[in-house]
Design a protein around this ligand. Sequence first.
Ligand code: NDP
Length: 255
Amino acid sequence: MSILDKFSMRGKVSVITGGNRGIGRAIATGLAEAGSAIAIAARDDAKSEATLQELGQLGVPVIAVRTDVASRSDVEALLERVTRELGPVDVLVNNAGIGFHADALTLKDEEWQKLFAINLDAVWKASQIFGNQMVKRGSGSIINIGSISGCIINRPQWHSPYGISKAAVHHLTRSLAAEWASSGVRVNAIAPGYVKTEIASDEYETYRHYWRDEVPMQRYATPEEIAPMALLLASEASSFITGSVFTVDGGYTLW
Ligand code: NDP
């Protein structure tokens, strides 16, 4: 097998949560370009349909499954439908996530719970549900989208629940990687720096001094710059990599 063949996703089935926009859409596109069948799982039907049309041009089977990742029954139904229509799942990308600013003195319990339900609990649930199928088959790759916010404290905005949830995603990654390594299932995470997407659309200008100018590369990432790391972790090219968190941040966490 040549080195480039190791990156091929031909014959594989990949599920990307939150695959209808932003980083998730770029990862879905990248894996589709490498030959994988794709299922995107998100709530906004109009956005999912638009992304489905784009992915449909790439010559691989693609489906969109309306899913709220916070709902266990939705995620179970997602696995069932993907397996029935595309085949057993080789790659799960836990990408869906939310973020908001939060002052620690005034944050409400409901706000904390809402964020953790999506950013952490949903990653756990999907990993368990898809991991069951993967462990039984003896193969699979789970890729969790963490964040530099799980490694450092962002400034100038406060959002402690977001960073705490991402730090927990990084450690969940390591825990599951250790538990499932002998079953042939690999679990890794990507920790992006600032990527210009809808998650903080109003704020890229407001905070550009801290978020952009202080990055050694002095720019934001595009979603497409996160996708190649996902392809590495999804494919045979990373056959000996598990339990790792890969920073993709233009050098932001260097200082
Ligand atoms: P976007 O806001 O552009 O996209 C978020 C995606 O998550 C959408 O597809 C959305 O789909 C989906 N989503 C949100 N809630 C749910 C839910 N309950 N069920 C299913 N899908 C859901 O964000 P990004 O692309 O920027 O972020 C993607 C991931 O990358 C997140 O985990 C984020 O924390 C992380 N990240 C982002 C960075 C950045 O700078 N942008 C930096 C580091 C990490 P829908 O609304 O249709 O359900």
